[in-house]
Design a protein around this ligand. Structure first.
Ligand code: ZN
Length: 484
């Protein structure tokens, strides 16, 4: 639309001038809005439509139930409208039909120890939210909780912009900046007492944070105040603890503990209250712990009785353990970060005397014992350490490692989907494939109920019924993860 000379001559009243100026503003605004936005979620979409029918697909529903072959899954307005045998469930007229013969669908992954930052230097964490949110989605993650935040507002802003459909990524349960006591971490605030903890939680809740993560130097009093202030505001607290034992945290009302039992200091003989004896001291006691002994069983009973969930993050510990394969996804990193990780991996490979040689398999058995005792085991990846835990790729690896730990493939898929949804209190909506639930689905070329490694073969990721293309998402960040 343009405004010609003849039109201008005819304008005699200020009202008409107002209309013309207003029209020009609209034209300019439209031109700005129409400039292509390379970050828009729409750029990564592969399948879209008001009604989509996935036909001839194997459904692995996330509950642990046996897979059902040759199903038709109908998605209508982002919801799973119908699921049934292909012979009896027809694709509705006008539906976009996708033939998925030979493919499986599992629920979108719900992963609970994710970060939007990465180790970019010793003790320094760069904010990589733009690339990470795409990689998570490409890997099949449709909902995630960040387990700690070193930036302040980025987790919250990304959660909002993804929810608004402006950026591609999973739904994000965004943590406030870490709840920690005085420490040497340059990117962490120090909370010195209960009053400071309450103010911190209140401020970040008002900014939009929906979750809390406590860290290694917190005191019991400060932690208790944060947990209670969070609960008042409907926020759950998890912790990577050290100064506070798992049993103490359970008594204080914590909702979740991170890193399986890798971070427990409950068995350190001379543990002083409110003091972290060092992560290594705790890990030596876990490596030596009798998994059939009464002290461990008593701790598990307490966690189960108090409904404290436990997050398995085997992926980050695998990178410290000699004899393990190179982690997947390193090619998306900047060359510098990739080299830095390769050096760390080589050092770990040579360090066969490391505690991880016994700790890593022991921790796997402890996590399984917790789940067998009725505990809610959930999954996450923790993209920190020496680098090498690459979002999306690591989420798939975490599911594989749960199978290494002794879970069946169906149990591992359930831990990475429905259990996460249960922890978040969102299992009525997400976490399994059932009629009426949100259409969050991962289309896999293969059958991960038989061969878990097939979880890496992701063809399409449906989030709210929109099918995203993993290849496009990955291509858009490849070689530059580490910069933004
Ligand atoms: Zn972490």
């Amino acid at each position: 639309m343009t405004v010609g000379r003849a039109g201008l001559k005819a304008c005699t009243t200020s009202v008409t001038w107002f209309v013309i100026v207003a029209s020009l503003v609209v034209v300019v605004a439209q031109a700005v809005a129409q400039q292509p936005n390379p970050n828009a979620a729409a750029n990564f979409v592969k399948v879209q439509g008001p009604v989509i029918a996935l036909t001839h697909v194997r459904v692995i529903d996330g509950t642990g139930a046996p897979p059902r072959d040759d199903q038709t899954v109908v998605i209508r307005d982002g919801i799973l409208a119908a699921i049934g045998d292909g012979s009896r469930t027809a694709a509705p007229d006008g539906a976009t039909v996708v033939d998925l013969a030979g493919r499986s669908v599992i629920p979108g992954l719900v992963m609970l120890h994710e970060h939007l930052y990465y180790t970019t230097g010793p003790g320094v964490y760069g904010q990589l939210g733009m690339s990470f949110s795409r990689l998570y989605l490409a890997g099949g993650v449709t909902t995630m909780r960040t387990a700690g935040n070193t930036n302040g507002i980025m987790d919250i802003n990304l959660a909002r912009r993804i929810a608004a459909g402006e950026l591609a990524g999973p739904a994000i349960d965004a943590t406030a900046p870490y709840v920690n006591g005085p420490s040497t971490f340059l990117q962490m605030h120090s909370l010195n007492n209960a009053d400071e903890a309450r103010k911190h939680v209140a401020y970040w809740a008002e900014q939009g944070a929906t979750s809390l993560k406590a860290y290694m130097q917190i005191s019991r009093d400060t932690l208790k105040a944060a947990i209670d202030e969070g609960h008042r505001r409907g926020m759950k607290t998890t912790g990577h603890l050290c100064s506070v034992t798992y049993a103490e945290a359970a008594d204080l009302g914590i909702d979740n503990l991170e890193h399986g039992f890798f971070a427990a200091t409950d068995f350190v003989g001379d543990k002083q209250p409110d003091v972290c004896p060092g992560q290594a001291r705790g890990q030596q006691t876990i490596a030596a712990l009798d998994e059939n002994g009464e002290p461990f069983k008593a701790l598990v009973r307490k966690l189960v009785d108090k409904h404290v969930a436990l997050t398995s993050t085997l992926t980050v510990f695998e990178t410290f353990t000699a004899g393990r394969p190179l982690p997947p996804g390193l090619d998306v990193l900047t060359p510098q970060l990739k080299e830095t990780f390769q050096r760390a991996y080589d050092r770990a490979a040579q360090n066969t005397q490391s505690v991880y040689a016994t700790l890593f398999p022991k921790a796997m058995r402890l996590e399984r014992a917790f789940a067998k005792a009725g505990g809610l085991l959930v999954a996450g990846t923790d993209p920190t350490g020496a680098g090498g835990v690459v979002p999306g790729y690591a989420d798939q690896r975490q599911i594989e490692l749960l199978v290494d730990a002794g879970f069946t493939p169906l149990e591992a898929i359930s831990i990475g989907t429905l259990n996460g949804a249960k922890y978040l209190g969102r299992d009525a909506r997400i976490g399994s494939i059932a009629q009426g639930k949100q259409a969050d689905l991962v289309v896999i070329d293969g059958n991960p109920s038989v061969k878990i490694a097939d979880v890496r073969r992701v063809e399409t990721v449906f989030k709210n019924g929109v099918g995203f293309d993993p290849a496009k998402l990955i291509e858009s960040v490849k070689g530059s993860v580490g910069i933004w």
